[in-house]
Write a protein that binds this ligand. Structure first.
Ligand SMILES: [Zn+2]
Ligand SMILES: [Zn+2]
Length: 106
């Protein structure tokens, strides 16, 4: 075979051209074109097992069966409980202030 860069005749088992140093493999493109899916920005949830896009509620991949835990901050009940606790805290603070106000000025 011959060097694709400079045309020098190469031994069949040569990995690189001894003259110019270019890679000697004929069918080895330097950069394989990236799959379209990999080029997309990673938005949403993807399966840990096969990389398929998952719906928000899917904890088990429908394609490969791998389990995919939903991050706790993505769960509805996490925010519902957080909101409830915040509301309770505010209410408690409000009653505390009111009691204090009444005990001082009432
Ligand atoms: Zn060469
Ligand atoms: Zn999967």
């Amino acid at each position: 075979m011959f060097c694709t860069n400079c045309g020098e005749k190469l031994p069949d088992n040569a990995k690189t051209c001894p003259k110019c140093g270019a890679p000697a493999e004929e069918a080895a493109p330097a950069a394989a074109p990236a799959p379209a899916a990999a080029a997309k920005p990673a938005r949403g949830r993807f399966c840990k097992g096969c990389g398929a896009k998952l719906k928000r509620s899917e904890t088990v991949c429908p394609y490969c069966g791998a389990k995919n835990r939903i991050p706790i901050t993505k769960r509805f009940w996490f925010w519902a409980i957080l909101l409830l606790l915040a509301a309770l805290g505010l209410f408690y603070l409000f009653t505390l202030c009111r009691d204090l106000y009444l005990s001082l000025f009432g």
